[in-house]
Design a protein around this ligand. Structure first.
Ligand SMILES: *[C@@H]1O[C@H](CO)[C@@H](O)[C@H](O)[C@H]1NC(C)=O
Ligand SMILES: *[C@@H]1O[C@H](CO)[C@@H](O)[C@H](O)[C@H]1NC(C)=O
Length: 355
């Protein structure tokens, strides 16, 4: 009951002060104008509230925030103490708090730098990284998982390195520029668009395409997950003369070249087709398509690049059956990858519980 009696005492003081003021002509609200002796009626020190590390007492009973007491940096703020510990008649206390780990943008800049490093490797480094299944320094965590639509899901480090570094290198494609055209970070995620300018050695021409999507980072700022769209891939390849939607190109160029490569790389225990002729006959009969996953020539072209690294893993993907990769799958199933493979909390609870 101490607070209540203190309040009572304070009210008595207030009443006394009012009575004293009433007997004078000085305005009671201005401290400088209080009559001699009025100070005796000011609330005793006992009632000075605990205002916290950055709260300042005013009028003896209320605390106001004073952000200047927190050092004046963007990373610190003067915030209401939570949970408030006072009773209703009392006041709030204020403490200096760190706004967030990214109050000064350091985390955001670290994420940007990581994305930069992912694309900023020399061709030689890329091959070494893929062969030894070692992520280039400052890029991916060993447990990384991700997907690139429309190519597929890469649920381990070897898959990820083969995709980012192996395929391009083997096809004589180099990254000439990777520009972050937009970027926004909300730790541990960042959403970004990376505009790529790639050079194709065979024709010595460049083309542009974009990786657009979301990245997830670990505490050290390395990529632990990614969910990207490869926008413009089909069009970029077509610009290089690799038009997988063209039946004449498939029949005259793509299929014969692809089947010859498969015959060389997938032999013995890893044989994907009984013969090159079988391969040519079956793949020529498939309809042209965009450059995407599915039971098509483009998908087998993509996976045939990877047979150079792990033929036992990738040769089944270029076979007639498609090894679970180059197969027709229901369009809806692509949506399941996000939850089941990546485990990202992309959906908000409100969406999940919606009717
Ligand atoms: C990319 O490589 C260039 C040349 O080696 C280097 O100057 C630059 O700092 C690198 N950028 C990133 C983000 O690693
Ligand atoms: C490729 O083209 C660039 C100009 O776009 C030129 O500087 C370079 O010498 C060419 N490389 C070859 C191998 O022809």
């Amino acid at each position: 009951m101490a607070p209540r009696s203190r309040l009572g005492a304070w009210l008595l003081c207030l009443a006394a002060a009012a009575a004293a003021a009433a007997t004078t002509t000085a305005p009671p609200v201005e401290a400088t104008a209080l009559p001699a002796g009025a100070a005796a009626y000011a609330p005793p020190r006992l009632y000075a509230p605990d205002c916290g590390s950055c709260g300042v007492a005013r009028w003896g009973f209320v605390c106001l925030p004073s952000p200047g007491r927190c050092g004046g940096t963007a990373a610190a703020a003067c915030a209401v103490r939570t949970p408030p510990t006072r009773r209703w008649w009392s006041t709030l206390a204020f403490d200096c708090v760190t706004v967030s780990a990214d109050g000064d943008g350091a985390t955001s800049r670290a994420y940007q730098a990581t994305i930069g490093r992912v694309y900023n490797q020399t061709v030689e480094d890329m091959v070494a990284a893929v062969k030894t299944v070692t992520a280039p320094p400052g890029t991916f965590v060993p447990s990384v998982v991700g997907r690139i639509r429309p190519l597929g899901t890469f649920d381990n480090l070897a898959d990820t390195l083969e995709y980012f570094y192996g395929m391009l290198t083997l096809e004589g494609i180099t990254v000439e520029a990777a520009d972050l055209t937009w970027f926004v970070a909300q730790p541990p995620y960042a959403a970004a668009a990376v505009s790529l300018r790639l050079r194709f050695a065979a024709s010595n021409t460049t083309g542009r395409a974009s990786h657009i999507g979301t990245w997830r980072f670990d505490d050290a700022g390395l990529v632990s997950g990614y969910d990207l769209e490869f926008a413009g891939l089909t069009e970029m390849l077509a610009g290089w003369g690799l038009d997988y939607s063209s039946a004449p190109f498939l029949a005259a160029v793509a299929v014969p070249t692809l089947c010859a490569r498969i015959g060389e790389r997938c032999s013995g225990e890893n044989a994907a087709w009984p013969s090159v002729e079988d391969c040519v006959a079956a793949l020529t009969a498939l309809p042209p398509s965009r450059f995407e996953a599915g039971n098509n020539v483009a998908c087998r072209q993509f996976h045939s690049s990877l047979t150079a690294f792990r033929p036992e893993v990738h040769c089944p993907h270029v076979s007639r059956e498609g090894g679970g990769k180059c197969i027709d799958r229901p369009f809806d199933s692509f949506y399941d990858d996000g939850a089941s493979v990546l485990g990202f909390p992309w959906e908000s609870p409100a969406v999940r519980t919606g009717a």
